[in-house]
Ligand binder design. Structure first.
Ligand code: C5P
Length: 432
């Protein structure tokens, strides 16, 4: 069995400042703290005053093995808790759960508690895991605040859909501790030159580690332009019938949304789907593989990179009947012709631009994916296997492996939105 320590090796020796705000999801911060500690990270906890109503400082102090910081100074002895030192100490400031209120204050630069002053002075990467009711999360104010924070380089671990404390069902549940730990693991393992710093044990106290190396920021994609293809294509047989596949577009839409949240200008070339267009994304609707080819090639001319997530038909009817084909008693043979491979076309012309592909395999996953990586000239390929439970069409989760010319990185089962964040993170690090 895999232990927690081996699941997130990049967390070993990291200094993680865990910020907890006043949400019912604060109870998950206890499990998260334990997970980070088990992975070998040092954890300090800063709480907003309201967070204490949801989880006790005693619980968090016991789990983190450090005193909890809430006030600017200790009322007992007047000792000053320096937000600057906290920010300098940390390799990463993780705010989980992050309420709509705290996100809004972060966005506006309000500094009325220790957590917020620490955020404003932190120079390390900042990661937030929002948690709130579905309507608060969907509200334009919250979405715009999240987009603004993402543009400034704050990494967002998207909330999941599910039952909320209010009893309503929707998007707003804080990501599970395992997903957040996996997110941090990716953040640390993908930042260049970013092995865990060797530290002298005496360096452990706050305020004396100003020269400790910081992980490089998650980095906004502001100024970058991306094309994302998503969904299935639909190939007409006649005015009524068509050939298509089971792709719903969820993965591609999540990627487009994630890249936009990080500041990129995104053109989403989409097959027919009922999904809403992600915030800040320009969507170009297509139906057939030929239409997707034209739209993707056109958009790629202006782009810095593309993520080819669509399930493009490999074959399309050689002829489309203008009228509904009538049945008779005999067999019907359809002649299909090959469609053009969009990814291979872009790969042959990409130059220094970034190209990310997907591979959905049912057998010989690794070798098939490697062959595709080479044939289509991808920078990396996201492999998912239909053999993995929870991965594939229609579901909200996926289990993927990144494969590039340097090797492979297997990720645990997680929400598609989380997979999208990992992909965006890898894209950011490759662009640096
Ligand atoms: O060869 P295969 O279809 O398995 O390759 C999958 C990858 O190639 C995906 O990234 C997919 O979006 C892309 N592709 C494409 N155009 C095609 C077929 C696949 O862009 N006609």
């Amino acid at each position: 069995m895999q232990t927690e320590r081996t699941a997130y090796p990049a967390l070993r020796g990291r200094r993680i400042l865990l910020g907890i705000t006043g949400s019912i999801a604060a109870y998950k911060a206890a499990a998260l703290c334990r997970l980070l500690k088990t992975a070998g990270a040092e954890v300090r906890v800063v709480m907003t005053p309201l967070a204490k109503q949801f989880i006790t400082p005693l619980t968090m102090a016991t789990l983190s093995k450090n005193p909890i910081l809430v006030e600017f100074f200790d009322p007992e002895n007047g000792a000053w808790h320096s937000h600057v030192s906290l920010g300098e100490w940390a390799d990463c400031f993780l705010i989980a759960p992050a309420t709509a209120n705290t996100l809004a204050k972060m966005c506006a630069g309000i500094a009325d508690n220790l957590l917020l002053t620490t955020y404003l002075s932190a120079r390390c990467p900042v990661v937030v895991a929002p948690a709130m009711d579905l309507d608060m999360y969907a509200h334009a104010a919250t979405q715009e605040n999240l987009q603004a924070l993402a543009r400034r380089g704050v990494a967002i671990v998207e909330p999941a859909e599910g039952e909320l404390a209010s009893g309503l069902v929707g998007k707003g549940r804080m990501a599970e501790p395992e997903e957040i730990a996996a997110f941090l693991h990716t953040l640390f393992s993908q930042a260049p030159g970013n092995d865990a710093p060797e530290r002298n044990p005496s360096e452990g106290s706050l305020g004396n580690s100003g020269s400790a190396p910081h992980a490089s920021s998650a980095g906004p994609l502001l100024g970058k332009r991306f094309v994302v293809t998503a969904g299935a294509t639909v190939e007409a047989i006649d005015p009524v019938r068509f050939i298509s596949n089971r792709s719903t577009g969820k993965m591609g839409y999540a990627i487009a949304g994630e890249l936009a949240r990080r500041g990129a200008a995104v053109v989403l070339v989409s097959g027919p789907t009922a999904l809403p267009t992600p915030a800040g994304v320009e969507r170009r609707d297509v139906v057939s593989a030929d239409e997707m080819f034209d739209a993707a090639v056109d958009a790629f001319a202006e782009a810095d990179g593309a993520v080819m997530c669509a399930a493009v038909a490999d074959y399309t009817p050689a002829e489309v009947s203008d009228v509904k084909i009538k049945k008779d008693n005999g067999e019907l043979t359809l002649t299909l012709r090959r469609t053009r491979d969009i990814a291979a076309h872009l790969g042959a012309r990409k130059g220094s631009r970034l190209l990310v592909g997907f591979a959905l395999e049912t057998d010989h996953e690794q070798s098939n994916a490697e062959a595709k990586l080479a044939r289509k000239n991808f920078d990396f390929i996201v492999l998912n296997s239909l053999r993995d439970a929870g991965a594939g069409f229609g579901v909200d989760t996926n289990k993927v492996t990144f494969i590039d010319r340097g090797g492979r990185q297997e990720l645990p089962l997680m929400a598609k939105t989380e997979v999208a964040a990992h992909i965006a993170q890898k894209i950011e690090s490759l662009l640096k």
